[in-house]
Design a protein around this ligand. Structure first.
Ligand code: ADP
Ligand code: ZN
Ligand code: ZN
Length: 723
């Protein structure tokens, strides 16, 4: 009898494919193979190396094995197999997500030859005075002990030509990477000592020897969580071990990576979406080959093929960017916890504003709770004041007390940060004669006015039109922007403070590579300036000279239909407030609101997250929302709302598990997006496993039905966005 194997292909179908195994091949689960598929040869991954060959069917043979070792080691394979079932996503697509693009395409698993450089202690040549850049590169290499890869050197702002110039003069030398290995501990900078409170927190973090356990590190903004992670890793990570530090968006926090490099050296590797294919392959192979790397990465780093993982840290664990918003809708944070249990290692979830899910796990004893409630160094928590702006005149969205506070802050030689929750100039253009507002022709939303580009843009599809000075309907000239966007606030502040640089930070101003780094450098220089920006500014930055934070409008989440909106609002406000007063001068926060008497607002102004979060948890419990019940959504979209609703109505009848409550179907809050009509069904159940089983059956049955080609549907387990 011939042998057969079950192979996963990168196809959006919930099934595996059987192939015959040629006699000379010895296969292992997780191995890459080539298989015939129609007229093509595809890359596949072995899921089951010795399957029972179905009778009476002649299988096509596997063409070749690409390596004689499994690309996906056992824990990675197990993690993704579990995730495919949990998130109801086709296994083939999940497994291929864990390969770098080059390996998905069947390319060889070989590292590009990387050059490594170090200063030559015997170098004698004189540099001519006009070789300024070469001199500064030489200084850089001399002051950064050990060897550095070309990639790292170029990332620090130098060029290959400068490297070659110095090499030709014998001032630096190329070394093989093996010789440099991780730098010796004594060549690295020593960490500054921790405060007594930080030390207590550090001692409570479970160590790798203890095996699996999860800890929630609740440390207020500026409490020095990064320093704790650094000490933790330095103390507990052995020379041969690997570690993973997940961060929400690495591009926004290049300083964090730099800090890790300073203290932990060359074993630091980064993993994020702006790496190119060969960088991805290199890092992936370093991990797979068991090098003792410490990976700092965004959510997909949780799928890297670690073989010797000692510990996982998830920083800013509340951040919604850990949840993938399309396709394989996994949560990087939740997979990290599962991965830690598979690898029998600890996982630390850190945040100043923990998610209600994690807090609940801590309150029920599933995670340990470590509390760090004082700021590091001499910094103290900022004073938060609510400014009711209902009856105050606003100048471009800013009240007189806010402008005055900025003036005082600048006069003291400090920096101010102004938070606006919308990019662009204004969220609406409105005619004051006929009331007309410009809407997106393809979505149920208004177009945002972008004054810099004279454009009207939809933030939900790619629609864009030229801005006009007249009402397109009645031709009136009384056609004006309404509401605040970052561009408008930038203009208003530029006029009010003509002497001071105003720096805007939003998705539009940071599109070019390196622009966020330039902004950070500018702010880090400490010169007085005003930062204006969106959520991007709330994320983990450490700007010691910012002493004032102004929130232009805080009320977004108070009356939203999304059950997560209050939680997210508090998290954003406290995170952005936490940028104030991280240095020696105490910080102040002014929050402009129209609802200063709202109980949530007034308790927020005490700056204390846990009591607020506990109260939100009680509300969730009373209404049996997550984390008190498991939730999943089935979303559908079609060219007509009737089709979407009809599809979901039919799906609803197929959910027969009595323990599941089904809500809907209902049109989504933004019912039409990019000309597709969207509706949703919400499923809740006290039992995660029953919900999972029912979803599996539902997907299977929906897969087998014939549907109109224009209808698309998907399942979202533990949805973060529910509106
Ligand atoms: P968090 O991430 O908890 O908000 P950070 O890790 O960014 O805080 O630290 C806040 C600031 O405090 C940083 O500038 C950091 O260098 C400083 N800091 C941290 N620990 C100490 C310490 N033990 N002594 C002095 N300064 C510290
Ligand atoms: Zn008009
Ligand atoms: Zn649109």
């Amino acid at each position: 009898m011939s042998r057969s194997a079950r192979i996963a292909l990168a196809r959006p179908i919930r099934r595996l494919f059987d192939y015959q195994v040629p006699a000379h091949l010895k296969l292992q689960a997780g191995q890459r193979v080539q298989v015939p598929f129609g007229r093509q040869i595809l890359t596949g991954l072995v899921v089951q190396p010795d399957a029972q060959a179905p009778d009476q069917i002649t299988l096509k043979p596997i063409t070749a094995a690409l390596e004689d070792w499994p690309a996906l080691p056992p824990e990675t394979l197990q993690l993704l197999t579990w995730a495919a079932t949990y998130y109801q996503h086709p296994l083939g697509e999940c497994l291929f997500m864990a390969l770098p693009p080059a390996l998905r395409r069947g390319r060889p698993a070989q590292r590009r030859q990387e050059s490594w450089w170090q200063a030559n202690p015997r170098g004698q040549a004189e540099l001519s005075p006009n070789a300024r850049r070469q001199r500064s590169l030489l200084n850089w290499l001399q002051s950064h002990a050990g060897a550095h890869s070309s990639a790292e050197i170029i990332a620090a702002g130098f060029t290959r030509a400068q490297l070659n110039g110095l090499r030709d003069k014998g001032l630096i030398e190329e070394t093989s990477q093996d010789r440099m290995a991780p730098r010796k501990a004594d060549e690295l900078k020593t960490l500054p000592p921790l405060s007594p409170a930080q030390l207590i927190a550090l001692k409570e973090i479970p160590t790798p020897e203890q095996g699996f356990s999860a800890a929630l590190l609740y440390g207020i903004t500026g409490s020095g969580k990064t320093e704790i992670y650094l000490h933790y890793l330095k103390n507990h990570l052995q020379d041969k071990q690997q570690a993973l530090v997940l961060v929400p968006e690495i591009n926004l926090t290049p300083q964090t990576v730099a800090r890790f490099r300073t203290y932990l050296g060359n074993r630091i590797a980064v993993w994020h979406s702006s790496l190119n294919d060969s960088e991805r392959l290199d890092t992936w192979l370093r991990v797979r080959q068991g090098e003792p790397v410490l990976v700092i990465g965004t959510r997909s780093a949780v799928m890297l093929p670690f073989t010797n993982l000692a510990t996982i840290v998830v920083d800013e664990e509340h951040d919604s960017s850990y949840k993938q918003g399309e396709g394989f809708r996994y949560s990087g944070r939740d997979l990290a916890v599962y991965r830690a249990s598979l690898n029998q290692c600890p996982v630390v979830l850190g945040s100043a504003t923990p998610s209600l899910e994690s807090l609940h796990n801590a309150r029920t004893g599933k995670y340990s709770l470590i509390r760090l409630e004082e700021r590091a160094g001499s910094a103290v928590p900022p004073e938060i004041r609510l400014l009711d702006v209902r009856s105050r005149p606003l100048e471009g969205g800013l009240s007189t007390p806010a402008i005055q506070a900025i003036r005082d802050c600048l006069a003291a030689g400090k920096q101010a940060l102004v938070f606006v929750n919308r990019r662009g100039y204004a969220p609406v253009m409105m005619c004051f004669d006929c009331g007309h507002m410009i809407e997106c022709p393809r979505c149920d939303t208004r177009l945002t006015y972008h004054r810099r580009d004279r454009a009207m843009r939809c933030h939900h599809c790619d629609f864009q039109a030229a801005a006009t000075d007249q009402c397109p309907k009645c031709k009136s000239e009384a056609f004006k922007p309404v509401g605040q966007g970052t561009e408008r606030t930038e203009d208003v502040l530029g006029q009010a403070f003509p002497e001071t640089p105003v720096v805007r930070v939003d998705r539009d101003s940071t599109q070019r590579k390196g622009s966020i780094q330039a902004i950070i450098n500018k702010v880090a220089s400490g010169e007085p300036c005003i930062l204006v920006g969106t959520q991007m500014l709330a994320k983990g930055h450490d700007f010691p000279n910012v002493t004032l934070v102004v929130v232009v409008n805080a009320d977004g989440g108070l009356f939203s239909v999304d059950f997560r909106a209050p939680e997210q609002m508090i998290q954003t406000l406290l995170q952005v407030s936490g940028r104030a007063g991280r240095g020696v001068v105490p910080g102040r926060v002014l929050i402009q609101t129209c609802h200063s008497d709202h109980p949530m607002m007034s308790s927020m102004s005490k700056g204390n997250y846990l009591p607020l979060a506990d109260q939100l948890l009680q509300e969730r419990e009373a209404s049996l929302f997550p984390p008190f019940r498991a939730m999943a959504m089935v979303r559908a979209e079609a060219p007509s709302m009737a089709d979407s609703l009809a599809f979901l109505d039919a799906a609803k009848t197929q959910v027969t598990e009595p323990a599941i409550e089904v809500w809907g179907p209902l049109p989504a809050v933004m019912a039409r997006r990019a000309d597709r009509h969207r509706a949703q069904l919400v499923l809740v159940c006290h039992s995660r496993s029953r919900l999972n089983r029912a979803l599996g059956q539902l997907c299977e049955s929906l897969d087998s039905q014939r549907q109109s080609k224009s209808l698309r549907w998907q399942v979202d387990v533990d949805p973060v966005e529910t509106s």
